[in-house]
Design a protein around this ligand. Structure first.
Ligand code: DLL
Length: 447
């Protein structure tokens, strides 16, 4: 029987969680723990990373113990991605690389990768948090996990792998790519859980359909999807084609990797694990805090990371924070679906647009496949945006102009922009094996 909620008595948690006590800590207790851990993090950064100490001194701190409340966090300077690049490769680590257990890196589109390091303790914390996230999404010990996140320097593969292991789940470490084989192993091994980017999950579904395999007949029940923005429309599409429950999992390598936040069964925002991280949202232009519930750039401070503590890291991800209690009983903040990155935002004739908004309109439209790319071009002095969409195989080429007109109309009425839509034949939009490339910038590079 489902417990009814009443305003007077908070409902007993329906999903107590893997770390039940920690996941339901009253806010005051959580904040005490956060302050204590923040002070320790600051001391670690101050004493072991000259760069941090210099910047904290410049911000007016004379001693790392000079931080007495969580509100004092605002006195600390932000850290940005270029700070990691400028200190490449190990300049922000608190200890020599010989004392670390692992390195990961994210490949930048320009220049050097961003390198992140973990102590053995950091890896253990990470596994705990991914295990907690998987459990929060409904995964249970013994569930077979098909892990199609890329293994290697990307944090997705090994992060999900270790977390599943920590929960007591056997893992198929297939990594990304070789999509026909993925389909065969899903049918033969019977995993209950699929870990992949949402765009790659869709690519797996498509190949299965081309092979005449119905993944709805497989044992898959839960999809742990993240590493890129995706829409509710995409969630419905994947759920319909794979017959599973699609859950959003968030993270970034600079902070840890997957498992910084994850949806629970209520799926009304992703629980950001506040015993390990502090979450803020700021106005991306002014850096000022935005009121709770308003969209802003997510800023994260780590509270337990040893090798690479991060102070007020600007993620460039745009989201909203909700601190009201979730129906699941967890007290940790809810980070609403990340709609996109600040740097992915396009300004089309004065209107700010994220690719995921376009996706939300396109996916599920009759005759249109859920694959698309935005192409940026320069014509004369002006930037132009072309939207390439793909027709379903069942659509006759003579109907492409009608599809284009239909998409143009819906994008105009729902997002407010006039897009130039081009309909391509089935298969023409490149398929992802990891993070999908949604924007192709063909504009001449500034010299
Ligand atoms: O993508 C870590 C990860 C792996 C998360 C597997 C979830 C699952 P990075 O490669 O450093 O790390 O990329 C981090 O990806 O700042 C967001 O812009 C985006 N991102 C990650 N998860 C989500 C999500 C991993 N659930 C960057 N929704 C982040 C939207 C996401 N964007």
């Amino acid at each position: 029987m489902v417990a009814t909620l009443s305003a007077a008595a908070p409902a007993a948690p329906r999903a107590p969680g893997l770390h039940a006590q920690l996941e339901t800590l009253p806010r005051e207790t959580l904040q005490q723990l956060q302050l204590q851990r923040l002070q320790e993090t600051l001391r670690n950064a101050w004493e072991n990373v000259p760069w941090h100490q210099q910047r904290l001194r410049a911000a007016g701190l004379t001693d790392p113990r000079d931080l007495h409340s969580l509100d004092d966090l605002r006195r600390l300077p932000f850290t940005v991605k270029t700070d990691l690049r400028d200190n490449y490769p190990f300049g922000l680590f608190t200890r020599p690389v010989q004392q670390l257990a692992r390195l990961h890196a994210s490949s930048g589109t320009t220049g050097k990768p961003t390198v992140v390091g973990y102590t053995a303790q950091d890896l253990s914390t990470w596994s705990d948090l991914v295990a907690r996230s998987l459990h929060c999404a409904g995964v249970r010990p013994g569930d077979l996990v098909h892990n199609a996140y890329g293994y290697g320097l990307f944090t997705g593969g090994l992060g999900a792998h270790d977390g599943a292991g920590r929960l007591g789940c056997p893992v198929v470490p297939i990594s990304g790519g070789g999509t026909e084989r993925q389909v065969a192993l899903i049918m033969d091994f019977g995993p209950r859980v699929l870990c992949a980017t949402p765009s790659y999950a869709l690519a797996i579904a498509e190949v299965a359909e081309q092979q005449g395999v119905n993944l709805r007949d497989s044992a898959l029940r839960i999809g742990m999807f993240g590493a890129e923005p995706w829409s509710e429309a995409m969630r419905r599409e994947i759920e319909a084609r794979m017959g599973l429950r699609a859950v959003d999992i968030y993270g970034l390598s600079e902070i840890m990797g997957p498992g910084v936040a994850c949806e629970c069964e209520v799926r009304n925002g992703l629980h950001g694990w506040e015993d390990h991280f502090l979450f803020e949202t700021i106005d991306p232009d002014s850096g000022a805090p935005v009121p709770e519930g308003e969209p802003g750039e997510l800023v994260i401070t780590t509270l337990t990371k040893q090798a690479l503590p991060m102070l007020r890291y600007r993620t460039r991800d745009i989201t909203r924070l909700e601190r009201s209690r979730c129906d699941c009983g967890r007290t940790h903040v809810r980070i609403l679906r990340v709609t996109g990155r600040n740097d992915d935002m396009l300004i089309i004739r004065g209107v700010n647009v994220y690719p995921s908004q376009i996706e939300a309109v396109l996916v599920g439209r009759p005759g249109v496949a859920p694959h698309y790319q935005l192409v940026l071009e320069r014509q004369g002095a002006l930037d132009h945006v072309r939207l390439e969409i793909e027709a379903l195989p069942s659509v006759n080429a003579a109907d492409y102009p009608r599809l284009a007109a239909d998409a143009t109309h819906h994008i105009k009425s729902m997002i407010g922009i006039s897009a130039k839509v081009q309909v391509l034949a089935p298969g023409a939009v490149p398929r992802s094996q990891g993070k999908a490339v949604r924007v192709r910038d063909l504009r001449p590079k500034a010299s």
